[in-house]
Write a protein that binds this ligand. Structure first.
Ligand SMILES: [Zn+2]
Length: 414
């Protein structure tokens, strides 16, 4: 059986978008030439207007000329239709990569709208834009709704307050509120007919087409693993945790599980014919993926973000090691399975190393070779991560190569 497991989420992508400044490239006359220090304030209302359509209404405190988003593959091209007073700008890119820019066709204005349709694709290393449920529900990633403003041919930072409006009698679950609106938007908003249910300390929204074995497995694994993390890492969750699981594209061949952790949330999308046929391999894969994403939640269970943008091997390799430990210690896996899964990852790392792959930039190497780096310290992974979480809390800094080196050296010499 071909199992394709991948995490589509860039974890805690942070404020890369808001910080993007135009530079270096020659622009069409109407596109920005440099960054403006003026901040534009605004309001975004995302409204579910019909079974398969949403409308994003942007309003600003001053008239602007257009909006400029970080490009996410073909997402906006295929799923976003600009309102009547907006046109797609010609190709636009700067040192931070490609942009999707939209310019007003009727002079400066304080309002723009977009009509958004379901979209099943995703870009590797990015969050899936929309996870569609079989009952018409959807989880929409809000981090892709944060543009810069284009004003007087310059790029201005746009600060948005976001509101959500569902269809009649629909459940609407906005992302968990954080200290600033931009951080709050780095997560999914759920619109749909399902009510929230409980799994231990977690809240869950599960696709109603899910077979019973899968529902039972998801609920019991989440409850066991999250309570293990709370006790092993001596930290209850600071914010409530929501898990959504969508089944989509069940006609397609094979099986794929895509998931990602974002602020206060874990979101999965399960696709393919074979994804709903029970097997021991599939159970193991599910268990491990859930435990991996829950590990990220604990890595970031701090008043500030613990996970930074650099050295992804730390949080990805860390989450791999933490997940295997959690599955063994909570009794979901026996020692034999634990050893087999650990050896499998070490071998994958060895194969990558032998093939001359650049381990610092390879997506899988972050997971398997990152995990091996923690294993090679011969320290208990819980001991290491308790110390890293404490250190990040004490210093207010994100996890870094230097922090790992210092923490590991201290633990090895005590
Ligand atoms: Zn991960």
């Amino acid at each position: 059986m071909q199992i394709n497991l991948s995490k589509t989420g860039r974890l805690f992508a942070g404020t890369a978008l808001a910080m993007s400044l135009a530079s270096q490239v020659s622009w069409a006359t109407t596109l920005p030439t440099n960054a403006n220090t003026n901040t534009v304030r605004g309001k975004l209302t995302l409204t579910h207007i019909s079974a398969s359509q949403w409308r994003a209404d942007y309003e600003f405190d001053k008239a602007i000329d257009g909006l400029r988003f970080r490009k996410i593959g073909e997402y906006r091209e295929q799923a976003w239709k600009p309102g009547a007073n907006l046109a797609v700008a010609a190709q636009d890119k700067d040192k931070d990569g490609d942009k999707d820019s939209y310019l007003s066709t009727s002079g400066s204005t304080t309002r723009f709208s977009f009509f958004i349709r379901p979209y099943g694709q995703f870009v590797e290393g990015e969050y899936a834009p929309i996870n569609q449920f079989t009952d018409g529900g959807a989880a929409i990633y809000m981090g892709f709704f944060l543009p810069d403003a284009i004003l007087n041919q310059q790029t201005s930072k746009l600060t948005l307050e976001i509101h959500y409006q569902g269809l009649k009698d629909q459940t609407v679950l906005p992302p968990t509120k954080r200290s600033n609106a931009e951080d709050s938007a780095q997560a999914y908003a759920y619109f749909g007919p399902q009510k929230v249910s409980k799994a231990g300390a977690m809240q869950v929204v599960l696709d109603p087409a899910m077979p019973e074995w899968m529902r039972d497995m998801l609920l019991s694994t989440s409850a066991k693993v999250s309570s293990y993390f709370a006790s092993a890492y001596h930290r209850p969750l600071l914010t409530p945790l929501l898990m959504t699981v969508a089944l989509s594209d069940l006609e397609s061949k094979g099986l794929s599980i895509k998931g990602g952790a974002s602020h206060g949330q874990i979101n999965f999308r399960i696709s393919g014919k074979q994804s709903i046929i029970e097997s021991p391999t599939l159970r193991d894969a599910f268990n491990q993926l859930i435990a991996h994403e829950i590990a990220h939640i604990w890595q970031n269970n701090l008043p500030h973000d613990g996970i930074g943008e650099e050295a992804p091997w730390i949080h990805e390799g860390g989450a791999e090691a933490m997940s295997l430990d959690a599955l063994l210690s909570s009794g979901l896996w026996d020692k034999e399975k634990f050893n087999a899964m650990q050896t499998k990852r070490w071998k994958e790392c060895e194969t990558l190393s032998n093939s001359g792959t650049d381990l610092a930039t390879n997506y899988r190497a972050h997971y398997v070779c990152g995990m091996k780096r923690f294993d090679d310290t011969k320290l208990n992974i819980v001991t290491i991560w308790r110390a890293l979480i404490d250190e990040s809390e004490r210093s207010g800094k994100v996890y870094s190569e230097q922090m790992v080196r210092e923490v590991v050296a201290r633990l090895q010499h005590r």
